[in-house]
Design a protein around this ligand. Structure first.
Ligand code: ZN
Length: 426
């Protein structure tokens, strides 16, 4: 078979299997795999891999094994059921390069159901889109990777490089799922993660720090409120100070050679606020869960110290907080940024695949969110590509993936796998 026949065979196979791919995707999206409830998704992936005769490794994550590894983040969640599933394809002829294909099956909470036009975990295909929580981020991508591999088989071919198909959890909160695959020992010559990037290649991505502000005081009746010990309003004072830190960091970002082109790359987000017990009691406590970004090359530890200094300084100038110093707790991500570089060979293989499907050269994406690529790239120097479909409302309501873009990104992935790992006749 010449290269053109190989390509045509693979592309036709993606088209032929696309309805089946969508049916599998819908089944995957229908599983409400929010944090702590990813088990059934991992079961489904295990079954799909076994049906296809991959060697399946399905193990419980032991947090203590991960603590000393680069990129570890504290986990407050019950993770007694946390698992990772990896399916390995091992070729007879290993003349090609090895590859990790990775996707996360955890999804962010759906929020109020009445904000959705159709229920988040009952996927619906409408107007060339599939709607549902996780349809875009990134269950369609994970299933696309599986069908990209299927297309190679359906074209009468098999890869000549080892492939690890990884389904991970915790991508939206700590990244410990991806870290667990590295602790387990999985390595390859490249990694590919089909997150929804709107057909662009992630060139550089932020890191993220999660922290919780804990404000505590003494409860009093509201008629004494003049004594100024309202934990909720005190928390607002801290939020405003952190917004000034965000401004400082965005100034600093102007010297980054990728992020200088992005307006406001550092986003500080107070994401959850809880406090008080009663409308007529002055709130004695307030917890605010926050997220802030950092850039590639910035030290997580130094940025943590800056956050603490910011909170401490803001407290000193506040009557209530000065006497009741708030605590800062690290509540999730302690993630570095990552820039894709030293990856010329993998990118050259991808460029051929991209050109065959889209025509032309892939556009770079400088990404103000993070992906799991950082672990593979930073911890083991594995060049990690992130590329996938388009869609919208990834952490919002009525999330959807665009199906035409999904088809094209599946084709690109299939051709990339064939190019990178090499193929031979079945
Ligand atoms: Zn994602």
């Amino acid at each position: 078979m010449n290269a053109r026949d190989v390509r045509r065979g693979i592309l036709e196979a993606v088209d032929e299997n696309f309805d089946a791919q969508l049916a599998t995707t819908a089944g995957f999206v229908a599983i409400p795999s929010i944090r702590g409830a990813e088990g059934p998704c991992q079961d489904m992936i295990g079954d799909l891999l076994r049906e296809r005769a991959y060697e399946v490794d399905d193990w419980p994550i032991n947090i203590d094994d991960l603590r000393d590894l680069r990129g570890f983040a504290p986990i407050e969640h019950d993770c007694s059921k946390a698992r990772t599933v990896v399916g390995t394809y091992r070729p007879n002829n290993t003349s090609g390069k090895s590859l990790i294909l990775q996707g996360h099956c955890d999804v962010v909470p759906a929020g109020p159901l009445d904000m959705w036009e159709t229920p988040p975990f009952s996927p619906v295909v409408r107007d060339g889109r599939m709607y549902g929580r996780g349809a875009c981020d990134m269950k369609s991508g994970t299933i696309a990777a599986l069908y990209a591999l299927d297309a190679i088989t359906a074209a009468g071919l098999r890869p000549t490089g080892r492939i690890h198909f990884q389904s991970v959890i915790e991508e939206e909160s700590t990244g410990l799922g991806a870290l667990s695959t590295l602790q387990r020992g999985y390595r390859a010559d490249a990694c590919f993660i089909p997150e929804p990037t709107s057909g662009r290649m992630v060139r550089s991505q932020v890191g993220v720090i999660w922290f919780r502000l804990k404000v505590r005081g003494h409860p009093v009746h509201v008629f004494e409120a003049g004594s100024g010990s309202n934990a909720i309003t005190a928390a607002y004072h801290l939020i405003q100070s952190l917004q000034r830190l965000e401004d400082d960091w965005n100034e600093r970002a102007k010297s980054d050679h990728h992020f200088k082109a992005v307006t406001h790359p550092i986003n500080f987000n107070p994401g959850i606020i809880k406090g008080g017990d009663w409308a007529s009691s002055v709130p004695a406590w307030c917890d605010v869960d926050c997220r802030i970004a950092i850039l590639p090359g910035w030290s997580v530890a130094e940025c943590q110290a800056e956050i603490v200094r910011c909170v401490t300084a803001a407290s000193r100038e506040h009557r209530f907080l000065a006497n009741n110093p708030p605590e800062v707790e690290w509540s999730g991500f302690l993630s570095e940024g990552y820039e894709l570089k030293d990856s010329a060979e993998a990118e050259a293989a991808f460029a051929k695949a991209y050109d065959a499907v889209y025509g032309g050269t892939v556009e770079d994406l400088v990404f103000t969110a993070l992906t799991d690529t950082r672990f593979y790239g930073l911890n083991y120097g594995i060049p990690s590509l992130c590329f996938g479909a388009s869609g919208a409302a990834m952490h919002g309501f009525n999330e959807y993936v665009d199906l035409d873009s999904l088809r094209k990104s599946t084709k690109t992935m299939a051709l990339f796998i064939a190019q990178w790992c090499g193929v031979e006749k079945l």
